[in-house]
Design a binder for this molecule. Structure first.
Ligand code: GUN
Length: 285
């Protein structure tokens, strides 16, 4: 079997077009959706991600501000920037790119972002709302994965889903979204015994570990749907996912490529969350 490719570039383009239409409606009502992106330090991957996020905003007609600070920025300086953006009416979404330098408490920074502007969905109150079934913002990567499964008409209700990786950014919110949609969910981590036993029982496998090609075709149940959240740079400069694509595609029924799978969807869903924040701001005017 050769799996169907789940094309994140194509689906993200459709979503971005819908975002552009909603942005135009909001702008016509006097509320141009605005996103502020803060990056601290010079991590090359983070620099690329934030530039892509801001460029996607501009393309869809959103207002966006990129604030890049040196790694020497103090925690208080960053908290003060976040507080100023919380009070800024032209900004509906605030994203602080992670990771932050070690001298800054990322939890404290996230908790300082106004929950109504937390378009990443990382604030404890947003994590709690997601957990209790009333999400305000769904974290962008898991939200994008759900859109991909939906567009492929993957049956989630009753499915066995295995997530590898238990991060606050991907694994945990992914589990909440899949379980709310009716899947039976297992979250595996680096200590899980016999990982392959778990993955071989899964109808849906989501891999988010940051370990190149750690899941191969022998670990996949024939016909399963495989979602690869990883993006790793190999010594030869090429990009690869956390899944060994060549062997997994021979066993799975559908699979996301890297690049061109989940990555573009994360950005598209960030735009959706910013639009949702601006629509709520307009409704409460
Ligand atoms: N670092 C890696 N992924 C993300 C994300 O989705 N949001 C933020 N803020 N930082 C990240």
């Amino acid at each position: 079997m050769t799996a169907r490719l789940i094309d994140g570039v194509k689906l993200a383009a459709v979503i971005r077009e819908e975002v552009a239409q909603r942005a135009a409606v909001l702008t016509a009502h006097g509320v141009r959706p605005g996103l502020a992106v803060i990056v601290v330090g010079s991590d090359p991957a983070s620099q690329v991600y934030v530039r892509n996020k801001v460029a996607a905003c501009e393309k869809a007609g959103l207002h966006s501000v990129l604030e890049a600070y040196p790694a020497s920025m103090t925690q208080d300086e960053l908290l003060n920037r976040v507080k100023a953006l919380n009070a800024e009416p032209t900004i509906h979404g605030i994203l602080v790119q992670l990771p932050l330098p070690a001298h800054i408490d990322a939890h404290l920074v996230i908790e300082t972002i106004a929950a109504a502007k937390d378009v990443d969905g990382f604030h404890v109150s947003n994590a709690g709302l997601l957990m209790t079934g009333k999400p305000l913002f769904r974290p962008c990567t898991p939200y994008g994965v759900m859109k991909m499964l939906e567009s492929e008409h993957v049956e989630i209700r009753g499915a066995v889903a295995v997530i590898i990786g238990a991060s606050n950014i991907v694994g945990k919110p992914m589990a909440m979204l899949l379980q709310s949609a009716g899947a039976t969910v297992t979250i595996c981590n680096s200590k899980t015994r016999d990982l392959a036993w778990h993955t071989r029982h899964a109808d849906i496998v989501v891999v988010a570990t940051g370990k190149p090609r750690m899941v191969d075709g022998s670990m996949i149940k024939p016909g399963a749907v495989v979602i690869d959240v990883g993006i790793n740079r190999l010594p030869d400069g090429k990009l690869c996912g956390d899944v060994d694509f060549d062997s997994a595609k021979e066993v799975a029924s559908a699979i996301t490529p890297v690049p061109g799978g989940v990555g573009p969807m994360t950005i598209a869903m960030l735009l959706v969350n910013t639009i949702e924040a601006a629509e709520r701001a307009l409704a409460s005017k």
